[in-house]
Design a protein around this ligand. Structure first.
Ligand SMILES: NC(=O)c1ccc[n+]([C@@H]2O[C@H](COP(=O)([O-])OP(=O)(O)OC[C@H]3O[C@@H](n4cnc5c(N)ncnc54)[C@H](OP(=O)(O)O)[C@@H]3O)[C@@H](O)[C@H]2O)c1
Length: 276
């Protein structure tokens, strides 16, 4: 599979498995299905409350640890030195491992609007750096951080974040943030790459799907990959999981990429880091 290379040389699969709400109903089997389908990158977070279920699924499946790329995130109520370490320890323990492939700060703001968020985030990032330097995580990054969150952080830290995970899909491309992240060498990854299914019925996407003999989900994922953005779609059935990996045998044209990059805002989740 195509990979994206982080600034420290670590490579991540271009398509990972997004696990938010994925274990509800079908539990560990969903994760085993994702592995059967070919996923090796699993995106989770303390907030998803499924790390233990994922850990059990991985143990039962019996896959060698070094074949996996496990990513978790520290939630905004767990920022600061002690809580971030506690969050990290909780995640690795629940996942049944002793290191993470990548650890992300989930959201830029603290839960309390009166908090000095920059100090709290700087302290948190310094803990991430320590975990990285101690070999407990292979890569460190951010999620939902926009340029005005990252720029002040960079003034006080040693290591530039290696990846930023943002809501990105046709209809919500956050171009200003993309240009900034590229200028800093930060790999970009899309959460809700299908607009949490909201973009699947869009007639513009359907037209391209029929042109290429692909599904709307595949066109949406191909579009992001053609924009050099890694993706972590969530799907519940093996058929959809496989479909979302089967996106490497076609490309959109430059005109189609421009068209989908410029469609008016559609399918936005309503979640914005400055309004949380
Ligand atoms: N960092 C953050 O703050 C943040 C926020 C949100 C999400 N995330 C991460 O990003 C991942 C993906 O985002 P998401 O789950 O919000 O949305 P998404 O991946 O854009 O969309 C998931 C939805 O699309 C459906 N779907 C998936 N593949 C399909 C296909 N081939 N055909 C038709 N329908 C399909 C799924 O249905 P079924 O499940 O029924 O198959 C589900 O309803 C999450 O799981 C999570 O890991 C991160």
């Amino acid at each position: 599979m195509k990979t994206f290379r982080l600034s420290n040389g670590v490579e991540i699969p271009a398509v990972g498995y997004g696990s938010y709400l994925s274990t509800e109903g079908n539990g560990r089997q969903t994760i085993k299905d994702a592995l059967d389908s070919g996923y090796r990158y699993i995106d989770t977070a303390m907030f998803y409350r499924n790390e233990a279920e994922i850990g059990e699924a991985l143990r039962e499946y019996g896959i060698p640890r070094n074949e996996l790329f496990l990513v978790s995130k520290v939630w905004h109520t767990m920022l600061g030195r002690e809580k971030t370490l506690q969050s990290f320890e909780g995640s690795v323990k629940a996942l049944g491992t002793d290191y993470l492939d990548m650890f992300l700060i989930h959201w830029p703001m603290g839960p309390d609007k009166d908090t000095d968020w920059l100090s709290l985030q700087t302290e948190t990032w310094q803990v991430m750096e320590e975990l990285y330097e101690a070999g407990k995580v292979r890569a460190i990054g951010l999620s939902n951080f926009l340029p005005h969150h990252i720029e002040p952080l960079l003034k006080n830290v040693k290591i530039t974040p290696m990846l930023d995970q943002l809501e990105l899909h046709a209809g919500y491309m956050q171009e200003y943030a993309l240009a900034y992240l590229r200028s800093k060498g930060i790999v970009i990854q899309a959460w809700s790459p299908l607009g949490r299914a909201r973009m699947l019925k869009d007639e513009r996407i359907a037209a391209l799907a029929s042109k290429y003999g692909k599904t709307p989900a595949q066109v949406l994922l191909r579009f992001l990959l053609d924009r050099d953005i890694a993706v972590i779609p969530k799907a519940s059935s093996i058929e959809r999981m496989k479909q979302n990996l089967d996106v490497f045998d076609f490309h959109l044209t430059g005109e189609e990429i421009s068209y989908l990059s410029c469609i008016p805002e559609s399918g936005w989740s309503g979640e914005h880091p400055d309004m949380m």
